[in-house]
Design a protein around this ligand. Structure first.
Ligand code: NAD
Ligand code: IPM
Ligand code: MN
Length: 359
C-alpha cells in the first residue's frame, strides 16, 4: 500500500510539532508496510509571506489530491493586522470548505498521570473519555451576508437541515460504537438555527434506538463540561460552540497541547490537526507539546488509512511516554518538543519490527 500525505506545517509552533508528527508517521507506516510519500506545502502566515495568500492554489490542489492532510497551526502577531480573506485563519477555513470536511472529531481523554496536573479536582477528571463532534463547514464561520465598515459589522449564522443531519449522523454512529450516549449542544432558547438543530437531531434519534440522546443549552453545558465531564460520551454541536467547548475540554486533558483532531467529509482526504494554535510566546524554543499533533497521526491511520491497530500503537506509545515521565512544560515536565517526539518514535513497536527504518 502506498499513500500520499500532504503536510501544511503553518506558523509558530506548527512546524515544530509537525516535524515530530511526521517522524512518527514515517516509522508507524513502515511498520505496517505502508509506503508513505510526504509532501510539504505552505499555509497561513508563511504562505502570505511567500505567496501573497494564506492558501496558495498549489497547496489546495496538493491537499485535494492527497490521501490525508496533516496540519500544524496558522497565525501569529505578524499577521494579526490582516482582515477578511487575507487573515491566516481564512486559509484554514478555505481548506476545510474545499475538502468538505464537515465533521471535526476532537477526542478528549485524561492520562492517569496527568490527573493530578489538571487544575480541576482529580475525582472530577479521572477516567474522562469523551469526543466532541464539531460541525466544521457551516454556521457563523461561513454565513452570508458578512461585512464590515467603519461603524457596523455583520456576521450570519445559517444552517440547513441537511448540514445538521450529516454531522449528527457521524455523532450518532460514533455513539453506537462507544457508550451509547449523545449530548447535542445548542442555544435553542435564543437562536433560530438552534431550534432547527434541536428538532433535526431529535427526529433522527428514532433511527438510533441504542443511543440515548439528550439536549443541553451551551451556557450551562460549558459548566457541566468541567463539573461532570465523566457523564459525557459523544457531544455534537455547531461550529463556533464546538471551537470554544473543545478548548475548554482541553482543561480536562491537562493541556491544549494534548488534544488531536480529525476532520472528515463524505469522501476525499481527511484533515488532521492538533486543536491548539501557534502559541507564539513559546514558538521556536523547542518547548511545545507535540502529543496532540502525534495523536492526530493516530487518527489519520484510523480514519483515512483504515489501520486501527497502527492508530492504537501510536496512542499506546504516547501513553507509555507519559507513564515514563516524558512531559513537556505545559504538562508539568521539562522535556523538549524534539525529545518527546523522539521518545514516541522509540516507544513504537515499529522500531524493532522494521529493520532499516531510519526516520
Ligand atoms: P493557542 O492555542 O496558540 O495558545 C493558547 C495557550 O495554550 C497558550 O498559552 C499556548 O502557549 C498554549 N499552547 C497551545 N498549544 C500548545 C502546545 N502544543 N504546547 C504547549 N502549550 C501550548 O491560542 P491563542 O494564543 O489564542 O492563538 C495564537 C495564534 O494561533 C492566533 O494567531 C490564533 O489565530 C492561532 N490559532 C490557530 C489555530 C489553528 O491553526 N488550528 C487554532 C487556534 C489558534
Ligand atoms: C481551531 C482554530 C480555528 C477555528 C481558527 C484558527 C480559524 O481555533 O481549529 O480550533 O476557529 O476553527
Ligand atoms: Mn479553536
Amino acid at each position: 500500500m502506498s499513500v500520499r500525505v500532504v503536510t501544511l506545517p503553518g506558523d509558530g509552533i506548527g512546524p515544530e510539532v509537525t516535524v515530530q508528527a511526521v517522524a512518527v508517521l514515517r516509522v508507524a507506516a513502515a511498520s505496517a508496510d505502508i509506503d508513505v510519500l510526504v509532501e510539504e506545502h505552505l499555509i497561513g502566515g508563511h504562505a502570505i509571506d511567500e505567496a501573497g495568500t494564506p492558501l496558495p492554489a498549489e497547496s489546495l490542489a496538493a491537499a485535494k489530491a492527497a490521501d490525508a492532510v496533516l496540519l500544524g497551526a496558522v497565525g501569529g502577531p505578524k499577521w494579526d493586522h490582516l482582515s477578511g480573506d487575507q487573515r491566516t485563519g481564512a486559509g484554514l477555513l478555505g481548506l476545510r470548505a474545499a475538502l468538505e470536511v464537515f465533521a471535526n472529531l476532537r477526542p478528549v481523554r485524561v492520562h492517569p498521570r496527568l490527573v493530578e496536573h489538571t487544575v480541576l479536582r482529580p475525582d472530577v477528571v479521572r477516567g474522562v473519555d469523551l469526543v466532541v463532534v464539531r460541525e466544521l463547514t457551516g454556521g457563523a464561520y461561513y454565513g452570508q451576508p458578512r461585512h464590515r465598515d467603519e461603524t457596523t459589522a455583520v456576521d450570519t449564522i445559517a444552517y440547513s437541515r441537511a448540514e445538521i443531519e450529516r454531522v449528527a449522523r457521524v455523532a450518532f454512529t460514533l455513539a453506537t460504537e462507544r457508550r451509547g450516549r449523545l449530548t447535542s449542544v445548542d442555544k435553542a432558547n435564543v437562536l433560530m438555527t438552534s431550534e432547527l438543530w434541536r428538532q433535526t437531531v431529535s427526529t433522527m434519534a428514532a433511527e438510533y434506538p441504542t443511543v440515548s440522546l439528550d439536549h443541553a443549552l451551551v451556557d450551562s453545558f460549558a459548566m457541566h463540561l468541567v463539573t461532570h465531564p465523566r457523564d459525557l460520551d459523544v457531544v455534537v454541536t455547531e461550529n463556533m460552540f464546538g471551537d470554544i467547548l473543545s478548548d475548554e475540554s482541553a482543561v480536562l486533558a491537562g493541556s491544549l497541547g494534548m488534544l488531536p483532531s480529525a476532520s472528515l467529509g463524505a469522501s476525499g482526504p481527511g484533515l488532521y490537526e492538533p486543536i491548539h494554535g501557534t502559541a507564539p510566546e513559546i514558538a521556536g524554543q523547542d518547548r511545545a507539546n507535540p502529543y496532540g499533533a502525534i495523536l492526530s497521526v493516530a487518527l489519520l491511520f484510523r480514519h483515512s488509512l483504515q489501520r486501527p491497530q497502527v492508530a492504537a500503537a501510536i496512542e499506546a506509545a504516547v501513553e507509555s511516554c507519559i507513564d515514563n515521565g516524558v512531559l513537556t512544560a505545559d504538562i508539568g515536565g521539562s522535556a523538549s518538543t524534539s525529545a518527546a517526539g523522539a521518545a514516541v518514535v522509540a516507544a513504537l513497536p515499529a522500531r524493532r519490527a522494521a529493520a532499516g527504518v531510519t526516520s
